[in-house]
Design a protein around this ligand. Structure first.
Ligand SMILES: Cc1ncc(COP(=O)(O)O)c(C=O)c1O
Length: 374
């Protein structure tokens, strides 16, 4: 089965990981520091905190932003459930705003319509790899003293108006799962423009340990002294993962070029075909295409999905609208809440897209899909 996404691992990646295995630090070592510095550099120079997954990154980000009971976060239903659930788990109320019908990115007008004085975070998702409209979302957030969060699980390596992902919102979260734009096995990162939020993110993912003597509230017990001021968890990335990520970063430009090439090949093949709608790229963005979300019109998505799978082509659907999940539905979120997202979901199919996909693989996907809709 041709997968819809998969990692690209080089001999250099393997050597980078085995070098860590031969060294002294499996975790909390120099590879983690170097990887965080490299992510910071990629993401506009803001402090990066690495962690164990994109889900952990979201949990850390909301915790660092002080999200809790009584707060509302506004987000999109066209995402992986963690974008919403990681705020809900901290006690916040999740408010869904519909997406733009072309791009499936959160629609700033829909955000404005549901915002209140209690809005603490506007959490957008860079669906499929193109950045959301942070230039419009940021002033909306500023108006009520809220913060913007970019769930950039899909878009690491992309830019908008010449600025890199990581520099577009107050806080940016990333995922380094194997199918993502670069991988650390499991892994993620939080990038924060505000250093105080970054420090809270660091401490939350590091069990809440405070090791800076200038901040101690207790009398210093000795060289072993550390103290905890806020609850935290252990979401630390290992040096094994960090070394893999560092090595992967050296090939980001190559990954981006190849993802763009395959996207262009699909676009050219499917443009103007009856029954299909190709992805829409918004002005000003240079996406790192993570997904190729084609739309299958005429109520035929399931039939086409099954036809592709039967032909050995691994397709996926991204995503079931978040509020359909029973954990949200039981709280009273109703179907029909975000009609554009539901329509998009009904038509969406993610075709195979990853750097090692060959032209002949892509052509097989194209021929099979055209036959199925023909
Ligand atoms: C938009 C989005 N947010 C968050 C996540 C969570 O990332 P992870 O799988 O690394 O926990 C994912 C990954 O599936 C995602 O696609």
């Amino acid at each position: 089965m041709l997968p819809y996404g998969r990692q690209s691992i080089s001999e250099q990646d393997i050597e980078a990981v085995t070098a860590v295995l031969r060294g002294d630090w499996l975790t909390t070592g120099p590879a983690v520091t170097a990887f965080e510095n490299a992510i910071s550099e990629l993401a506009g120079g803001h402090r990066a905190v690495s962690c164990t997954s994109g889900t952990a990154a979201l949990h850390i980000a909301y915790a660092a932003l002080g999200v809790g009971p009584g707060d509302e976060i506004v987000t999109t239903p066209m995402t992986f459930v963690a974008t919403a659930s990681c705020a809900a788990i901290l006690g916040a109320t999740v408010v869904f705003a519909d997406v733009d019908e072309d791009t499936a990115l959160i629609d700033p007008a829909a955000v404005e319509a549901v915002m209140t004085e209690r809005t603490k975070v506007i959490a957008a998702v860079d669906y499929a790899g193109q950045a959301a409209e942070y230039d419009v979302l940021q002033p909306l957030a500023d108006r009520v003293g809220a913060r913007t969060l970019a769930d950039a699980a899909h878009s690491v390596g992309g830019t908008a108006d010449g600025r890199p992902v990581g520099d577009l919102a107050d806080v940016t979260t990333m995922s380094f799962f194997p199918t993502k734009n670069l991988t650390t096995g499991e892994g993620g990162a939080v990038v924060c423009k505000d250093l105080a939020i970054a420090q809270r993110a660091h401490e939350f993912h590091f069990i809440g340990l405070v090791r800076d003597p200038s901040r101690f509230e207790l009398a210093d017990e000795g060289p072993w002294h550390q103290e905890v001021h806020e609850y935290g968890v252990n979401y630390r990335l290992t040096d094994l993962g960090a070394a893999l990520g560092l090595s992967q970063l050296t090939r980001m430009a190559e990954f981006k070029r190849r993802r763009a090439e395959i996207t262009a090949r699909y676009n050219a093949a499917f443009a103007g075909v009856d029954g299909l709608r190709t992805p829409v790229q918004r002005d000003g963005v240079d996406p790192m295409w993570h997904l190729y979300p084609i739309r299958i019109l005429g109520g035929r998505r399931r039939e086409v999905f099954e036809g592709l799978r039967a032909a050995g082509i691994g397709v996926q659907v991204n995503y079931i609208p978040v509020y359909w999940h029973p954990v949200f539905a039981r709280q009273g979120y109703k179907r029909g809440l975000c009609p554009n997202a539901e329509q998009f979901y009904a038509e969406e199919l993610s075709l195979p897209l990853f750097p090692d996909l060959t032209d002949s693989d892509a052509d097989r996907v194209i021929e099979t899909l055209l036959r199925l809709v023909g």
